[in-house]
Design a protein around this ligand. Structure first.
Ligand SMILES: Nc1ncnc2c1ncn2[C@@H]1O[C@H](COP(=O)(O)OP(=O)(O)OP(=O)(O)O)[C@@H](O)[C@H]1O
Ligand SMILES: [Mg+2]
Length: 286
């Protein structure tokens, strides 16, 4: 690396010590509980409120976020890593003001990406994220040690589950896995596809007790999102429901969550640059 580039890179990283960009990670114990639907709709609602949002879709090859936002899968981070396109080309614009990066990765590719992550890729991310208010990461279902740095370095973790025994048990297991890590950000629970208010309280008590017992903390917020048939229509039309039908029950639930996201006051103790580096590089979590 030449001297001038080195100095520029160093000053860029310095500039990011106090960047206000919030890192939000969306995860679940079980698949198919609505992470992508949730991520896309909070991203769209935040963008409609004037915020700059980058959605990072780490779904292996399916690029759900792109499709849900009316795009097709084209350039992925994987294409960039293969040298086929520039970094800027893998940032997709959408009709809803939300930008997306689709990784096109599976877990093995993640390892290759992390092994090859260097200061020049870090700088590409920093330049992009300099203008972003919310960096929303859909990490997919289940726990993976490779993703520990996503969990540790987020300002907020949204754990999505549904009121079904398997999903609740998997959510519980995921919370226990998180308890072994030093998670500094807030952990919030999203109980999605709620049909009946009666089913909410038991889930709430299981997950709140787990968090208290294993993580020695309280869940800051426990949100409910209604089951809403309109979601299926919005998936078919490839238009986020908050944009297609803002008066729907689902949209109202999402909007009350984004209002809270806008008030997020977490001050993560680690600098933004360092967190980004830890998320993407193979650095150890210990
Ligand atoms: N609130 C809701 N009301 C009705 N249907 C919903 C709701 N949320 C999600 N769904 C349905 O569940 C399906 C799965 O949602 P989604 O793809 O977001 O799950 P996911 O957790 O991202 O799945 P994966 O683990 O495979 O990535 C959606 O296609 C939609 O049909
Ligand atoms: Mg998904």
């Amino acid at each position: 690396m030449n001297r001038i580039y080195h100095d520029q890179a160093a000053s860029l990283r310095e500039e990011f010590i106090n960047v206000p960009t919030k890192i939000i990670t969306v995860l679940s114990g079980k698949g198919g509980v609505g992470k992508s639907i949730f991520s896309v709709n909070i991203a769209t609602d935040l963008a409609s409120k004037g915020k700059k949002v980058l959605l990072f879709d780490s779904d292996a090859g399916f690029a759900n976020a792109s499709i849900l936002l009316g795009n097709s899968l084209k350039n992925t981070l994987s294409d960039y890593m293969k040298g086929n396109i520039s970094f800027r080309d893998c940032v997709q614009e959408t009709n809803y003001g939300v930008k997306i990066i689709s990784t096109g990765f599976d877990f093995t590719d993640w390892q290759i990406f992390q092994n090859n992550f260097n200061d020049s890729i870090l700088n590409e991310f920093l330049i992009l994220l300099r203008d972003i208010d919310y960096f929303i990461i859909d990490v997919g279902a289940g726990y993976s040690e490779k993703l520990n740095n996503f969990y540790i370095n987020s300002d907020t973790i949204f754990l999505v589950t549904v009121p079904e025994p398997t999903a609740i048990v998997n959510g519980y297991t995921l919370l226990k896995a998180l308890s072994l890590l030093k998670v500094e950000g807030e952990i919030e629970i999203i109980l999605n596809m709620v049909k009946n208010k009666n089913e909410v309280n038991s889930v709430k008590s299981v997950l709140s007790n787990t968090t208290r017992r294993f993580l020695n903390r309280e869940i800051k917020n426990f949100y409910e999102i209604s089951y809403d048939e309109n979601v299926h229509l919005s998936v078919k039309r490839q238009i986020p429901l908050v944009s297609l039908k803002s008066s729907s029950r689902f949209s109202k639930d999402i909007m009350s969550i984004t209002t809270n996201i806008l008030n997020l006051k977490v001050e993560h103790p680690i600098s933004f640059t360092m967190r980004l580096k830890q998320i993407f590089s193979k650095s150890s979590t210990n």
